[in-house]
Ligand binder design. Structure first.
Ligand code: CA
Length: 231
């Protein structure tokens, strides 16, 4: 288990916060707590955590608003902590870029799966700091994508998919593999989510989106990013 990773816990209930802190420190995480949405946004601006555990029902700015605000500047993994009956908010949170969710209450083991997702793509990243393929340049540290020197602005999901594709360049990647890595294990069958993101990525990256050079379709399989593409 990665130790020392910073988890920002956004939770207003002291008892829930206490038990989360216990579980997380037990797993070797550093815990930073924010009792309100405002405090959470401030904390993220000050220092980006490696993962965020986000309660939806908060006094003042709610969890959805926090999610939206964080996603404007970062693809840090966000795990939503939801109570039963908050199905609608959970779906909304996912649409706003949340990576996974955990239904409350949960035992010590309940957090393990979502935290594994967070480990798979830590905010710091283990990949090379930059990637180049012909005119395409990606600066992972600054989350900057340029094409022939011009800035391309991907959405958070587009960026995450692109990052996954280029860090596994020149390999045929199945839909399920990409969906699991970027959206989380329970989205492995949501092929349409991935299709939509690839479509919009092609519109931003390819000279002719109908004749892609970077992101090729592997019929019946998934996609392959071509690192030797020249645009
Ligand atoms: Ca709450």
């Amino acid at each position: 288990v990665t130790s020392g990773a910073r988890v920002l816990v956004v939770e207003d209930e002291p008892q829930m916060l206490r038990s989360l802190r216990l579980i997380l420190t037990g797993h070797g995480y550093d815990v930073v707590a924010a009792p309100t949405g405002e405090a959470a946004i401030e904390e993220v601006a000050r220092r980006l955590p490696d993962v965020i555990l986000l309660d939806l029902m908060l006094p003042g700015i709610d969890g959805l608003e926090v999610c939206r605000s964080v996603r404007e500047r970062s693809s840090v993994p966000i795990i939503v902590l939801s109570a039963r009956g908050e199905e609608r908010a959970k779906v909304e949170a996912r649409d706003l870029g949340a990576d996974d969710y955990q239904t409350k209450p949960f035992g010590a083991g309940g957090l393990r799966a979502p935290l594994r997702v967070a480990h798979r793509h830590p905010a710091g990243g283990r990949s090379a700091p930059v990637f180049d393929a012909g005119p395409l340049h990606i600066d992972f540290e600054r989350r900057l994508v340029t094409l022939a020197g011009r800035r391309v602005v991907p959405t958070p999901k587009e960026y995450d998919v692109l990052k996954y594709l280029v860090t596994h360049a020149d390999r045929a990647l199945t839909h399920a593999l990409i969906l699991r890595a970027v959206w989380g294990p329970e989205y492995a069958a949501e092929t349409q989510y991935l299709r939509n993101v690839v479509l919009s990525l092609r519109r931003k990256l390819e000279t002719d989106p109908a004749q892609p050079h970077f992101i090729l379709t592997e019929p019946g399989v998934g996609y392959r990013f071509i690192s030797t593409a020249d645009g």
